[in-house]
Design a binder for this molecule. Structure first.
Ligand SMILES: CC(=O)SCCNC(=O)CCNC(=O)[C@H](O)C(C)(C)COP(=O)(O)OP(=O)(O)OC[C@H]1O[C@@H](n2cnc3c(N)ncnc32)[C@H](O)[C@@H]1OP(=O)(O)O
Ligand SMILES: O=C([O-])CC(=O)C(=O)O
Length: 459
């Protein structure tokens, strides 16, 4: 067989680990009721599920419900970047046949819309910084390839520290430079990591195409991923729309909060952004877009009639019971910490997915996702025993759009990371300029006091 395989742990080590885990279970874990007793805000949430307010931000607003007399009222979600609605940002660029991802990055970093001259200069700066440092691909990506591109993104971002003459300078001027370099370089890292992974793990040919300085971020991504470097303008504009939609989501989402936590310790930009990538990789967060595609494959394999709601509902019930799919009990692409009735990004992605799928081989996959969106809320309500409103999130339709753009499934979450780098950097800058305090919540200790026992006396 061609390609690198990972060594399995040896049998003796497996047995030792099982013993250790048995001991772990005896000495760890606690009665969940203790959290209620001590008023612990698990997941940094209030009793009604709203987030504990951890800071003030001017970067973004995620609006998902109204509070009336202490009750959460479901509404259609709204998302604004620096006060501008995402739909206006996208429509504005589309009306002028422009790409919006670079304008969005400027807006998030600086706080206002660029003039034409500012946008042109910013795009030139990004173009000048897309290439990776000399020998970076050879030394940092090729030498120890990773089977997982998110892992490779995090490792490569950390490695860039070594190539930076001022890695630990956290002045706004220096962090702005680092932010712009990272936004420019992330697509090149993803493309190289994917090509090398293809070669090393899948035994396929790799193509290392240089970015084109004349191209936008979306155009360059398609150019670098495709063996023939070819793409259509429609494809690049759709990818640009996806990147814009994923660029930012407030200070409280798991990955951005991770970036803010690390930043509050005044650590370096590379460590903070690598933490964001690590958090985004999780299947409850950005990794859900990849999981949605896996879930779609399970549905395709296990549902006989894709138009039979009863059969799909039954499958979803089994998934929630942990008896189907990846056995996690989750329906991926559904539910959100803030949005109730709808996620505005999912609405836009759904429209595009529907348009693109119509009359193609993907129509059936679109109908399956649509069925998940229609049926999952009731299935979840059965589980919760309540009438709570839940909705599709950004991850439900993005993977199908990427599939239709011929982007490999394993790059769906990395594309999210590429887009979110602008948001992470904007929050890092904000945390540095306004945070002023190390983020340090408390954990209530419930461990009793023990007298030390000398080794010879332990039973
Ligand atoms: C870019 C993004 O991060 S968007 C989110 C992407 N993630 C997913 O699609 C994964 C599936 N969804 C989820 O896991 C959740 O809805 C989250 C992580 C997005 C939000 O989590 P929370 O804010 O804790 O959701 P919420 O308060 O509504 O959860 C209540 C309960 O319902 C469960 N639940 C929520 N959504 C789902 C779901 N899609 N499938 C199964 N159970 C769910 C929660 O696990 C929780 O169970 P518990 O009380 O046993 O712990
Ligand atoms: O806000 C959240 O918790 C998750 C989310 O949708 C995002 O980060 O895009």
């Amino acid at each position: 067989m061609y390609g690198k395989t990972l060594a399995a742990p040896n049998e003796q080590l497996n047995q030792d680990i099982q013993l250790l885990c048995g001991e772990y279970a005896r000495y760890n874990g606690f009665d969940e009721e203790l959290c209620n007793k001590f008023g612990v805000k698990r997941g940094l949430r209030n009793a009604d599920g709203t987030g504990v307010v951890a800071g003030i931000t001017q970067v973004c607003n995620v609006h998902g419900y109204l509070l009336s007399e202490g009750e959460k009222l479901p509404i259609d979600g709204e998302l604004t970047y620096r006060g501008y609605s995402i739909t206006d940002l996208i429509a504005g660029a589309q009306a002028e046949n422009r790409y919006s991802c670079e304008e969005t990055a400027w807006l998030l970093l600086l706080g206002f819309l660029p003039t034409g001259a500012q946008l042109n200069r910013f795009s030139e700066i990004l173009a000048d910084n897309r290439e990776l440092p000399e020998n970076f691909t050879e030394d940092m990506i090729m030498k120890v390839a990773s089977p997982n591109i998110m892992n490779m993104l995090a490792r490569s971002v950390l490695a860039l520290y070594t190539y930076d003459p001022r890695p630990d300078d956290y002045s706004i001027e220096n962090v702005m430079r680092q932010s712009i370099e990272l936004i420019a370089r992330m697509p090149s890292i993803m493309a190289a990591a994917y090509q090398v992974k293809k070669r090393v793990y899948d035994g396929r040919s790799m193509y290392l195409h240089n970015p084109n300085p004349e191209f936008s971020t979306a155009q360059n991504i398609l150019r670098m991923l495709r063996s023939d470097k070819q793409f259509t303008e429609e494809e690049a504009h759709l990818l640009d729309l996806c990147l814009t939609l994923h660029s930012e989501h407030g200070g409280g989402n798991c990955s951005t909060f991770a970036v803010r936590v690390l930043t509050s310790a005044q650590t370096d930009t590379y460590s903070a952004i690598a933490a964001g990538i690590g958090a985004l990789k999780g299947p409850r967060h950005g990794g859900a877009n990849h999981k949605v595609i896996e879930q779609l494959e399970y549905l395709k394999a296990n549902v006989y009639d894709w138009d039979d709601d009863n059969e799909i509902r039954e499958y979803l019930r089994r998934a929630v019971a942990g008896e189907a799919g990846d056995r996690s009990g989750l329906i991926y692409g559904m539910g959100h910490a803030v949005y109730t009735k709808s996620d505005p990004r999912a609405r836009v992605l759904k429209q595009n997915a529907m348009k693109l799928a119509k009359g193609t081989d993907y129509e059936g996959e679109f109908r399956l996702l649509d069925a998940v969106e229609r049926l999952a809320p009731d299935v979840l309500r059965e589980k919760w025993g309540s009438d709570r409103t839940t909705c599709a999130n950004v991850d439900l339709y993005s993977g199908l759009v990427y599939r239709m753009l011929r982007i490999p499934d394993e790059l769906h979450t990395p594309l999210f990371a590429i887009a979110r780098t602008a948001g992470w950097c904007a929050h890092r800058l904000e945390e540095l300029s306004t945070g002023k305090k190390i983020i340090r919540p408390a954990y209530k200790s419930i461990v009793g006091a023990h007298s030390y026992v000398p080794l010879a006396q332990r039973g």
